[in-house]
Design a protein around this ligand. Structure first.
Ligand code: GLY
Ligand code: MN
Ligand code: MN
Length: 491
């Protein structure tokens, strides 16, 4: 394990060293990838249809500060464009505009010298043509006069609008683009949010199914980026296993993981990091991460994913803060481990998502009966009537990962080149109806897998999974042992 980790570190360092002098890495998806995706969508769209995609809204944090912008994953998948206030139209058949034939068109933000002074350059029409290589590109204000008769299409495919788009002072912002589009397609604002068929050619359901089909199966280029995101995330887990000590804070542990993400050039976290010690780990999506002192004897559940060039990992490790599982912690941990192993045994093309869940649930439920935590595997003894869920294993076990952490994809049978998680867990909160010796034990083990015809490849194997391997690694010295900062509290 150690030598392997060292080699990985050296490879990453060599990579970081070799890119000095560049503004950007050169391993992004290229315009051909996005062009191929647009063509694939066109191939599976119904005859005489157009698909319309809007960029994500800019979301306000407070006053004049916005949240870090993140592109809508469908929009990114089809264009590679990372800026807001844009709209993309993909046509099944060729269209004609000013004597030119085209089957795709994008409207992007116009240049603005003052805004670019503050926020950096915009791609503009030329950039959209030259870099994104989309056949026709215009600036947002041109969308008003874009003369196209949407009523001629049998289907106008788009996603239902969600009302979180702000009107800004910028001309042709997303609010305006949506507003103009609604007029062009005769969209009734009172269309309910339900997904019933609509009276005209507007279709709010088909596009999502088409995107599920496409995005659920990863291309070779996407798998390269996912491997990178996963390696980075597992390196975070490895380094924290060596560095963690009782008395550290949840915040500091989160910081160590995220420092490692950035060290390896991951742009973001793919979702808010979950770092929960003791009973905090029993909150499935605990993101406060603010416990100031993690106590000796506690378990800490760490569910984090680096996002690398848009693609996110999703990896969870649960470790004893002092380096040694108690007998109760080990019993629960090993049960979750066996549940994950059981799913791994059957994980291959043709297996269903529900087969995977059943394989994990069988091990967990029977194991909890053997430990005396459940009376029996009868539903009445396992279901928490307040939540309607299995009391100690209350969530599903598997989902696609990709541009979204809970990625788009079909959720029936596994197919080759899907990338999914297997993440069984057992969470026994304080005051649970069982012996108090089990209270405040949260365990989730989450790994990422590439589906193959005859099995699956465990992609997140750089970080140990078994209780013995974790205890062994936690004995090793850490690079962070030397990090000491001065006290900044005034006496
Ligand atoms: N990190 C959220 C999940 O595991 O699904
Ligand atoms: Mn997950
Ligand atoms: Mn997770």
């Amino acid at each position: 394990m150690c030598i392997r980790n060292l080699i990985i570190i050296l490879l990453f360092s060599a990579c970081v060293f070799s890119i000095q002098g560049q503004d950007k890495l050169d391993d992004y998806l290229n315009s051909d990838f996005h062009k191929d995706r647009r063509q694939l969508l066109r191939d599976i769209m119904p005859n005489n249809s157009v698909a319309v995609f809007f960029s994500n809204p800019v979301r306000n944090r407070a006053n004049d500060v916005d949240y870090l912008y993140h592109q809508d994953p469908n929009f990114y998948y089809l264009t590679g464009h990372k800026e807001p206030h844009s709209v993309l139209l993909i046509f099944k058949e060729l269209q004609l505009l000013d004597g030119k034939k085209y089957n795709e068109i994008i409207f992007v933000r116009q240049h603005d010298a003052l805004k670019e002074l503050y926020n950096g350059t915009r791609l503009g029409k030329e950039g959209a043509e030259d870099q994104l290589k989309i056949q026709m590109a215009f600036e947002g204000p041109d969308f008003t006069n874009y003369n196209i008769n949407f009523s001629k299409f049998e289907k106008v495919l788009f996603y239902q609008f969600i009302g979180d788009v702000r009107q800004t002072s910028e001309e042709a912002d997303l609010y305006d683009l949506i507003d103009q589009f609604k007029t062009k397609v005769n969209y009734q604002n009172d269309l309910s949010l339900d997904l019933e068929p609509k009276p005209n050619n507007i279709d709010l359901t088909t596009l999502d199914k088409l995107m599920d089909r496409m995005r659920g199966i990863k291309t070779d280029e996407e798998i390269v980026l996912l491997r990178k995101a996963i390696n980075i995330s597992t390196m975070g887990q490895v380094e924290v296993m060596k560095a963690i000590k009782p008395g550290m804070s949840e915040t500091e542990i989160q910081g160590l993981h995220e420092y490692i993400f950035k060290k390896y050039q991951a742009e973001y976290e793919g979702y808010p990091s979950i770092v929960g010690a003791g009973h905090n780990g029993c909150v499935l999506h605990y993101i406060d991460n603010y416990k100031p002192k993690i106590e000796d004897g506690e378990l800490i559940l760490m569910d984090l994913g680096a996002e690398y060039h848009g693609y996110t990992a999703d990896v969870t490790r649960t470790i004893p803060v002092n380096g040694k599982f108690t007998p109760e912690q080990k019993a629960i941990y090993d049960l979750v481990y066996q549940a994950q192993e059981a799913a791994m045994q059957i994980c291959k093309a043709g297996t269903t998502f529900s087969d995977l869940y059943e394989a994990t649930a069988k091990v967990v439920n029977q194991g909890l009966v053997e430990l005396g935590i459940y009376k029996s595997t009868n539903k009445k003894d396992m279901i928490n009537p307040e939540t309607g869920r299995n009391r100690y294993y209350p969530h599903g076990c598997c989902h696609h990962i990709g541009l979204d952490v809970h990625d788009k994809g079909t959720y029936t049978e596994l197919e080759e080149n899907m990338v999914i998680t297997i993440e069984p867990g057992i969470y026994i909160p304080h005051d649970s109806p069982t012996d108090p010796k089990w209270w405040d034990i949260p365990v989730r083990i989450e790994d990422d897998y590439l589906i193959k015809d005859d099995g699956c490849e465990l992609l997140s194997d750089l970080a140990p999974r078994s209780s013995d391997e974790i205890e062994k690694l936690m004995k090793e010295p850490s690079v962070f042992d030397q990090v000491m900062l001065p006290n900044i509290d005034k006496e």
